[in-house]
Write a protein that binds this ligand. Structure first.
Ligand SMILES: [Zn+2]
Length: 177
């Protein structure tokens, strides 16, 4: 693999406690290591060679100081809501491309429903039209699960998806939440 591609490889970030907390690009991981903020726990099989030195590319790094993770770390946005709901309509369970999805206010805006993580879900257009200005109860529609903030749990799920193919990540990821 050419060096530049290697700099974009995803690297698993562990807290000082070894708890997986994030994913970053290899370039960022190298910066954290060079700054003395993190150490390499696992090194990818090949290294970046430059004229002066050979830099091992980490696949897992660990922060040297414990970092408190805020409960909600992501901005409320259409993209993040769709990602949280895995591009699946929360009423009919159909998975669709982003362009064919909309966001549904569970309690409609016209009835003082708020624009919050807890009141927005991914929804297909037919379900959105069917529901109209009603609550799920009134429309006889059921949510797949109650909407939640984009939590550490959600990002853990993404880490697991990415980590499934990576032996070096796996041992840090597959423990109970
Ligand atoms: Zn639907």
């Amino acid at each position: 693999m050419p060096s530049l591609d290697r700099l974009h490889k995803p690297v698993l970030v562990l807290n000082a406690s070894y708890e997986p907390i994030n994913i970053c690009a290899a370039r960022r991981a190298l910066v954290l290591i060079l700054k003395g903020v993190a150490s390499a726990e696992e090194v990818a099989p090949s290294a970046i060679h430059s004229a002066r030195r050979t830099l091992p590319v980490p696949s897992v790094i660990r922060l040297l100081e414990y970092r408190r993770i805020p409960h909600q770390t992501r901005a409320l946005s259409r993209k993040n809501i769709l990602m949280r709901d895995r591009y699946t309509c929360q009423y009919c369970h159909k998975t669709l491309p982003s362009g064919e999805m909309t966001l549904d206010h569970v309690v409609p805006r016209s009835r003082a429903g708020e624009t919050t993580w807890e009141n927005l879900v991914a929804c297909c257009h037919p379900c959105n039209n069917r529901k109209g200005n009603r609550t799920p109860d009134e429309a006889g529609m059921r949510l797949q699960r109650p909407p939640r903030p984009f939590s550490l749990h959600t990002s853990r799920h993404l880490m697991r998806l990415l980590g499934r193919s990576d032996d070096q990540w796996r041992k840090y990821l597959f423990f109970a939440d």
